[in-house]
Design a protein around this ligand. Sequence first.
Ligand SMILES: [Zn+2]
Length: 120
Amino acid sequence: MKPYKNKINRIRSFALALIFIGFVVMYFGIFFKKHPIVMTLFMLLGLLCIIASTGVYFWIGMLSTKAVQVVCPNCGKPTKVLGRVDMCMHCREPLTLDPNLEGEEFDESYNRRTTAREGK
Ligand SMILES: [Zn+2]
């Protein structure tokens, strides 16, 4: 399997992981019932993770509006492309919006190079 993942899917799994971590941290707080301050700290930390995750979900929503919807030439399903190069959500086919990069080896660094140039 290719090591790359569609960006939106990747952020979505990150948000899901944050919720999970939040609950685990809150769960650990239960072990410190005798130390209310420590318990409160764990609860707050867990809550922060969950709040952060909602923030990430909101961010995905913002990104989705910016992403370009295309039909994957490989599997024929509609997918969203974020940035210059991205993977198909369904078959992980590398997709590009830049005709100069068409047919070239998929490389995530294309995205970084673009952002670096824009930063100047
Ligand atoms: Zn596809």
